[in-house]
Ligand binder design. Sequence first.
Ligand code: SF4
Length: 188
Amino acid sequence: MGISRRNFLKGGGFAAGAVALTGTPAKAGVDIPALRTKGLQTSTTVCPYCAVGCGMIVHTKNGKVVNIEGDPEHPINQGSLCSKGSALFQVANNERRLTKVQYRAPKSGKWEEKSWDWAMKRIAQLMKETRDRNFVKQEKINGEMYTVNRNDGMAMIGAAALDNEECYLLGKFARAMGVGYLEHQARI
Ligand code: SF4
């Protein structure tokens, strides 16, 4: 006859109670190793890779990530991670990871280091120029003029790691820019 999980736990509770009464627990065969995450700062996060959105626990020491593992209390993954999520630690700690903006000017053969402020301004400026250059206010359809307010020079794509709220914001932003070519990676 098989033993159910409930009965197994009941049996465990009985054994623990017996130990508490007699005060003579059986001698363990091995030492219990100290938790390698003991004393570390713990925070929860969500895997950035895909829209499954697995929950993770990140352990840090002096501001540096020292361990990442699945969050057993997260309702989506309940502690498990796929191979990609399990390797996330290597993204956080990787000497080959770029942490500064690299810019290569048109027709230039070399990369220059730039600040994030510079990059944000440059992106905003190019987006504005592209929108102004390609904006279609009205269009003739079946002989009638219609207001379309469309930006034909730009497309936007959402990544699989975006959650509902981020997709909503991206959609709003795209439409404010007049972008009609709006897609999501999951549909491609
Ligand atoms: S751990 Fe794997 S399945 Fe989960 S969100 Fe990350 S990439 Fe997706």
